[in-house]
Design a protein around this ligand. Structure first.
Ligand code: DX5
Length: 226
């Protein structure tokens, strides 16, 4: 197992939707490791966001990898579309997949990197029989659907439980957290074992700019994770 790398991943949910291409270029310039598209279907979560064509339009403008956080029910039919749109990582919710094992395997078959997300109430044991299929586990630190929500710090023992499960497996699986992540909360999440930090509001609202937000979150996470 190699040592997990700290990665900073902005959510584009708070971005200016009238200038998404420029926003992706600005995020890449700010030094992010990946860009997360919060895909919402209005059924799994009470919000509606990006189709694959929106992502495909932005793909040629930057080199940084894209991940699609699919907050959609039964995502199987959509998987090829988001891979064709240029997403290297596809995150599906365990709660939204009737056949999670098959869905994760099909993401790998499409040539993308499979990841699975758990909502706050979903137990870690849900992952026990799919660890061999994933490159990343996302522990939600808010209930999905909207940006700008408060970080749920009671998720920290759950993050630690997932980190212990990953260590026991001997597999190189990233542990991502998403929701309310910023300078005031990242040390708790990284200290519990998260190495991939999704930040939306805190990154876009930093008065000193996005590059400052990226480097501040990265340095706090690096110190806490060690
Ligand atoms: C929830 C969204 C948000 C977003 C990050 O469904 O996925 O978590 O990515 O938003 P902030 O960082 O503003 O909580």
């Amino acid at each position: 197992m190699s040592a997990p790398q700290i990665q900073i991943v902005p959510s584009v949910l708070p971005a200016d939707f009238a200038r998404l291409g420029e926003e992706c270029q600005s995020l890449e310039k700010a030094g992010v490791d990946r860009i997360q598209w919060d895909v919402m279907d209005g059924v799994f979560v009470p919000n509606l966001t990006f189709g694959p064509d929106v992502i495909a339009a932005c793909r040629p403008l930057v080199d940084v990898p894209f991940e699609a956080h699919l907050m959609v029910v039964e995502p199987d039919a959509l998987l090829p579309r988001y891979v064709e749109a240029g997403c290297e990582v596809l995150i599906v919710h365990a709660e939204a997949c009737r056949h999670l094992h098959r869905t994760l395997a099909s993401i790998r078959d499409l040539g993308a990197s499979p990841a699975v997300a758990l909502n706050p109430a979903t137990p870690v044991d849900t992952l026990r029989h799919v660890l061999d299929l994933v490159d990343e586990i996302l522990v939600m630190t808010v209930n999905p659907g909207f940006g700008g929500q408060a970080y749920i710090d009671t998720m920290e023992p759950k993050i630690a439980e997932v980190r212990a499960m990953i260590e026991m497996s001997g597999r190189d699986i990233d542990l991502e957290v998403d929701g309310g992540i910023g300078p005031a909360t990242v040390s708790g999440a990284a200290g519990a074992g998260a190495n991939v930090l999704v930040a939306g509001s805190s990154l876009f609202r930093d008065p000193e700019g996005r590059a400052h937000a990226v480097s501040e979150i990265r340095s706090i996470a690096t110190a806490a994770f060690a």
